[in-house]
Design a protein around this ligand. Structure first.
Ligand SMILES: *[C@@H]1O[C@H](CO)[C@@H](O)[C@H](O)[C@H]1NC(C)=O
Ligand SMILES: *[C@@H]1O[C@H](CO)[C@@H](O)[C@H](O)[C@H]1NC(C)=O
Ligand SMILES: *[C@@H]1O[C@H](CO)[C@@H](O)[C@H](O)[C@H]1NC(C)=O
Ligand SMILES: *[C@@H]1O[C@H](CO)[C@@H](O)[C@H](O)[C@H]1NC(C)=O
Length: 655
């Protein structure tokens, strides 16, 4: 995960919420009028494999009482770049946080940004519970103490991705573990405690709860090797869903391969043994989500108890989607397929229609501006965000900075496709592409250009499961439009992302959609643009590699034109650039790891004991006095200063 920008992102959102509060007070509105925001954010949860259908509390309190946005997308289908994109309100091509692995991120760099020094003015009370960031560990939990939120209680490495060894640090205090407890249950209990703190306060709150579920689990082998395993459910849910299978959609393990680019075309048909394993992985994901669903139930009970249900926006989403067996793929994310990019986005609260399904097209970079607008701080949405305001309520429909009308880009830069749980599976072929999605009432297209020069075009109106690449058969005039639109979106910034047609038609404001641009009077106009292409398959975003480029606003030359409103933003921005420039110096695999070293790491890691009976963890939910279970992590481990990155954490599993 790229912590640097995660930190500044949090700063952006929080600073802005706080400023919004102050401004509204000037207009004599009392603080009680400010809506609270509860944001529940899971890890690797699909929208396409029907996982939310198995979450009764989510259905009852969110789907039935709110609006589900079925056209909401992550524009980069892997944890950290996606989270940064969400928090910054920007595409990954503007954060240049394009990968999960160090050296470009980490808690250390987060702190070099000086975020720990920021003090928030009066306004929202902000809390963060759960998965914060990679490299935030038992060793650096207080070096320095995280200060981005008023209250925080976060998972620490190397146990973040271990379900039955929950280890947390609260407000930078010495890390503690909860023996025999199930991680999501601890997140649940802590999230509820954080909410209960607001029982006697009128101050509006922003509470972010981030369970690690249903992400896969990390496992360090006896020889120090790192692998992943499917998610582990709480014992009380382990028996559920025995008959559930992955939906056998037309793209599930097809007889003839459906996806034709790069490594996808090499994937073999899966045999019955593998398919049965995949079904069990799917069931374990659903089981792991049950504890999240129980947490949702408790949070709503508490909101109701506080009488705050009507003044709270509750948002549910996930960092990226997930695939298992679609187009023959082994479990994972990182693709440009619907399963990976389409994510749950459900919201309820004042002014949000109940039980509605919305087809408005939106992306993760729209969430920060939208939350700010909901908090009535819209005038403080800075100019440089790529996202716009999702028209969730009547009032937001009139917002001057709306979301992009129907299109967005999906991007990715990695050497591999990172399949999980099957270390023996070796796939060759780059995972670098630019994908365009255009969705409206009348059309639904996916157009993609790979670093290999391969193209894809799927017509999702006719072919919702993307089973037939018809690139070779489509009208060249349509390709011209799609390619030009992708050309703009792949490097767009701010307004150009929300209204890319202004770049393509600077003098004709009547062109607002693909349908408008398809008028034959523009056929000649669209022959002039250079085609989207890559010089080579590079696992990072390099401008020379991705010519042509529209716009001159990249990192080396990024300016903020709203420094007055955000005096700190410029400083943060400068620091980010400095760090990005200096970050290429060390690589995690630098330095030889010798055998003794590994033995020592394994020994130290085991100082936090596993449960007495692995199969019985989470037999019942945690009781209110769960904090009595908290046991300090042995000092020997805390003082050990292990470089977990060097030992294979985060480098290959796409956290
Ligand atoms: C460690 O053990 C795993 C099996 O548990 C094996 O696949 C791997 O090759 C081993 N690695 C080393 C460095 O010996
Ligand atoms: C099924 O496929 C896996 C992966 O290719 C292979 O290891 C296994 O031997 C196959 N099993 C059968 C019964 O063919
Ligand atoms: C930086 O941006 C400014 C203003 O957009 C532009 O005039 C200048 O050419 C850019 N410089 C580079 C090196 O791209
Ligand atoms: C993104 O970061 C990498 C590594 O620091 C750098 O080489 C590249 O030039 C950056 N890309 C852009 C467009 O700034």
């Amino acid at each position: 995960m790229k912590l640097t920008l995660l930190g500044s992102a949090a700063l952006f959102l929080l600073q802005t919420l706080s400023t919004a509060q102050a401004a509204t007070n000037d207009h004599h509105h009392g603080p009680t009028e400010k809506p609270n925001i509860l944001f529940i954010f899971t890890d690797d949860q699909d929208a396409r494999l029907n996982s939310i259908d198995y979450m009764p509390n989510l259905q009852k309190h969110l789907v039935k009482q709110g609006t589900i946005h079925r056209n909401h997308y992550a524009t980069i289908a892997v944890c950290c770049p996606s989270r940064v994109s969400l928090l910054r309100g920007q595409y990954a091509h503007n954060t240049n946080i394009t990968d999960v692995s160090p050296p470009y991120g980490g808690y250390t760099r987060f702190n070099k940004l000086g975020l720990g020094e920021s003090t928030l003015p009066a306004g929202y009370h902000t809390s963060y519970i759960g998965k914060l960031m990679n490299e935030y560990s038992v060793n650096n939990y207080n070096n320095p103490k995280p200060k981005g939120f008023d209250y925080q209680d976060q998972l620490v490495d190397p146990y973040t991705y271990v379900y039955n060894k929950p280890v947390f640090s609260k407000d930078g205090e010495a890390p503690v573990y909860y023996k025999n407890a199930y991680q999501t249950d601890v997140v649940h209990a802590k999230g509820l405690e954080a909410l209960k703190k607001h029982r006697h306060s009128d101050k509006p709150f922003f509470l972010w709860i981030a369970p690690m579920a249903p992400h896969g689990q990390f496992k360090m082998g006896d020889n120090g090797s790192m692998t992943t395993e499917p998610p582990v459910p709480a014992a009380r849910h382990a028996h559920l869903f025995k008959d559930v299978k992955i939906a056998r959609t037309p793209n599930f393990n097809p007889k003839q391969q459906t996806k034709t680019a790069s490594f996808w075309k090499e994937l073999s048909h899966l045999n019955t043994t593998i398919v049965e394993q995949f079904d069990e992985i799917h069931r374990n994901r659903l089981r792991a989500l049950q504890s999240v669903d129980e947490m949702i139930g408790s949070l709503f009970t508490e909101l109701e108890h506080q009488g705050k249900l009507d003044n709270t926006y509750v948002v549910y989403s996930a960092d990226n989607g997930y695939h298992i067996g679609q187009h023959r793929a082994y479990p994972g994310k990182c693709g440009n397929i619907e399963e990976d990019i389409n994510v749950p986005f459900i919201i309820r609260g004042p002014g949000i229609p109940k039980g509605k399904i919305s087809d408005v097209v939106s992306a993760h970079h729209d969430i920060a501006p939208t939350l700010l607008a909901l908090a009535k701080g819209s005038q403080f949405v800075p100019e440089w965000v790529d996202g716009g305001v999702i028209p969730l309520t009547k009032q937001l429909q009139k917002h001057p900075k709306p979301v992009a009308k129907e299109s967005f880009a999906v991007e990715f830069w990695m050497d591999s496709s990172m399949p999980e749980f099957y270390p023996e599976l070796k796939l060759s072929g780059s995972n670098v592409y630019k994908t365009l999605r255009v969705i409206s009432k009348d059309y639904n297209y996916m157009y993609s250009v790979w670093c290999t020069g391969e193209h894809e075009f799927y017509n999702l109106k006719k072919d919702p499961y993307e089973t037939t690449n018809v690139y070779d058969h489509i009208d060249p005039q349509l390709v011209n439009r799609l390619d030009a639109l992708l050309l703009v979106l792949k490097t767009c910034r701010a307004e150009a992302c929300r209204d890319p047609w202004r770049i393509l038609h600077p003098d004709d404001r009547s062109v607002k959609t693909l349908a408008d641009a398809l008028h034959h009077k523009f056929d000649k106009h669209y022959t002039q643009f250079k085609k989207v292409a890559f010089a080579e398959c590079s696992p990072f975003f390099s401008l020379p590699n991705e010519q042509p480029v529209v716009g001159q606003h990249f990192l080396a030359n990024r300016t903020l034109n709203d420094d007055q409103q955000f005096p700190k933003a410029k400083k943060v921005e400068k620091t980010i650039q400095k760090i990005l420039r200096s970050s290429i110096t060390q690589h995690p695999t630098d330095g030889i790891v010798d055998k003794d070293d590994i033995d020592e790491v394994i020994r130290l890691q085991k100082l936090v004991p596993g449960p007495d009976n692995q199969g019985l963890v989470g037999a019942t939910p945690l009781s209110d006095d769960f904090e009595t279970l908290a046991t300090p992590v042995p000092e020997e481990l805390v003082n050990s200063n292990i470089n977990w990155v060097k030992h294979g954490y985060y480098t290959s599993f796409g956290n």
